[in-house]
Design a protein around this ligand. Structure first.
Ligand code: SAH
Length: 361
C-alpha cells in the first residue's frame, strides 16, 4: 500500500527543506483521524468512554453540577473537544436527562472535531442536533461547559535539543534512500517559548513544549473568564516533569495497540504526547481564569461516584458483560493502569468554589 502523505511530505521536504516537527505531527494526525475510526479493541486504542459507559455518565453529572454552580445559565453550550465516536457525549446526555432536566433543556451541543469522517460517526451516535467547529477559536461566545478527553495529547508538540551554545529544533528531513528522518534546524523561539527554553543548558538537553495544547487551554480560559463557564480536561500527562519515553520526548506512535516508529508510516499511526498540566495551568492563569487540579483520574472518578455507578451497572448486567465491565472499571481507576498517569484538570472563573472531584483533600 502506498502512503500518500509520506510521498507528499518527501516531495515537499526535498523542495523546501526539513519540516518542523509540530507541523509534521499536525499533518500526520489530521490524516490519521481523517481516514479511520481508530477506537476500540479492533482499532488502535481503547479510550475511557469506549471502555465503560459509567465514564461518560459521571462526566455528564459533573457538567450538570457545574451548570448549577455557575448559576444555571440558559442557554448554555455543552461543548466536547475531540469527541471521537461521540460515545462520551451520548452517555453524558443520557445521565443529564435523568439527573438534571433543567440543564438538559438549557444545553446546546457543540463539538470541536477536525475529521469529517468522525463527524459522521458522531452525528449517528448523538441523540440530538449538534453544531461542529474546526477548533476552539471558532466556538460562539456564550456561557459554556466544555469537556475534552484525550484531545490535548493529540495536538502537536515542538521539540528542542541543546547543541553548543544554542537550542536547535527537531524537524523532519530526508535520510538515506529518501526515508523520513529527524533533522535539527535553527530554533524559531518566540518570547513565550523562551521561558521554557533556559538560556543555560547542558549539551544534549532536550525540551518538549505542547504549544498547541497550551494555546487551546488559553482560548478556553479566556472564554470562561469573559462569558462564564467551566472546562474539564482529562488526559494522560505530567505536572511539569515528563516521564520520557525515548530520546527526550514523550511522543508515542500507536498502531493496532503497538508502539511503532512515528516517522515510518505518517497518517497510519496515532501520534500523542504527554500533556504538561503545569504548562496548561500557567496558560489558564495568564488568560484570566483559574485552574483546579490536576488530580489523578482514579481519585477524580471515585469522587464522582464512578465505582458506585459501576456496581449499579453490574447488578443489571448479563453475566457475559460482567467481567468486561469490572475489568474496564479497574483499568480506569487502578494506579498501575490509567488511574495515576491520567489526570483531570478544570478551568473555572476566578473565585468559583471547587468543582466536583477537585475538593481539597
Ligand atoms: N475523546 C474521544 C476521542 C479521543 S481521540 C475518546 O475519548 O474516545 C482525539 C480526538 O480529537 C479525535 O476525535 C480527533 O479527530 C480529534 N482531534 C485531534 N486533533 C484535532 C485537532 N487539531 N482539531 C480538532 N480535533 C482534533
Amino acid at each position: 500500500m502506498t502512503n500518500e502523505l509520506a510521498a507528499w511530505l518527501k516531495e515537499r521536504i526535498a523542495a523546501e527543506g526539513p519540516m518542523r516537527f509540530d507541523r509534521f505531527m499536525a499533518l500526520a494526525n489530521a490524516a490519521y483521524y481523517g481516514s479511520r475510526d481508530p477506537f476500540g479493541k479492533r482499532g488502535d486504542f481503547v479510550t475511557a468512554p469506549e471502555a465503560s459507559q459509567a465514564f461518560g455518565e459521571c462526566l455528564g453529572l459533573w457538567a450538570a453540577v457545574a451548570w448549577t454552580m455557575l448559576g444555571r445559565p440558559d442557554p448554555c453550550l455543552l461543548v466536547e473537544l475531540g469527541p471521537g465516536r461521540g460515545t462520551l457525549m451520548a452517555d453524558a446526555l443520557r445521565a443529564i436527562g435523568q439527573a438534571s432536566p433543567g440543564f438538559a433543556r438549557a444545553l446546546r451541543v457543540h463539538l470541536v472535531e477536525q475529521s469529517e469522517r468522525l463527524r459522521e460517526v458522531q452525528r449517528e451516535t448523538l441523540p440530538c442536533p449538534a453544531t461542529w467547529h474546526d477548533g476552539p477559536h471558532a466556538l460562539p461566545q456564550a456561557p459554556s461547559i466544555l469537556i475534552a478527553n484525550e484531545f490535548l495529547d493529540a495536538l502537536p508538540v515542538r521539540r528542542f535539543l541543546r547543541s553548543g551554545q544554542a537550542w536547535r529544533e527537531v524537524a523532519v528531513g530526508l535520510g538515506d534512500g529518501g526515508r523520513l528522518v529527524e533533522a535539527l534546524v535553527e530554533a524559531s523561539v518566540g518570547p513565550g517559548d523562551a521561558l521554557a527554553l533556559p538560556a543555560r543548558a547542558e549539551e544534549g538537553a532536550t525540551r518538549e513544549i505542547g504549544c498547541a495544547a497550551r494555546e487551546a487551554a488559553g482560548i478556553l480560559a479566556e472564554r470562561i473568564a469573559r462569558s462564564g463557564g467551566a472546562a474539564l480536561l482529562v488526559d494522560y500527562g505530567h505536572g511539569g516533569v515528563p516521564v520520557e519515553v525515548a530520546d527526550g520526548t514523550t511522543l508515542t506512535a500507536l498502531a493496532r495497540h503497538r508502539v511503532v516508529d512515528p516517522l515510518a508510516e505518517p497518517g497510519e499511526a496515532d501520534l500523542s504526547a504527554q500533556v504538561d498540566f503545569a504548562g496548561l495551568a500557567e496558560a489558564v492563569r495568564q488568560a484570566g481564569a483559574a485552574a483546579q487540579g490536576p488530580v489523578p483520574q482514579g481519585m477524580f472518578l471515585t469522587r464522582l461516584g464512578f465505582l458506585a455507578r459501576t456496581q449499579a451497572l453490574l447488578r443489571s448486567a448479563k453475566p457475559s458483560q460482567r467481567a468486561e465491565l469490572e475489568a474496564a472499571a479497574r483499568r480506569l481507576v487502578a494506579p498501575s493502569s490509567m488511574g495515576l498517569v491520567y489526570r483531570a484538570m478544570a478551568i473555572a472563573p476566578v473565585g468559583l468554589p471547587a468543582l466536583p472531584g477537585f475538593e481539597a483533600t
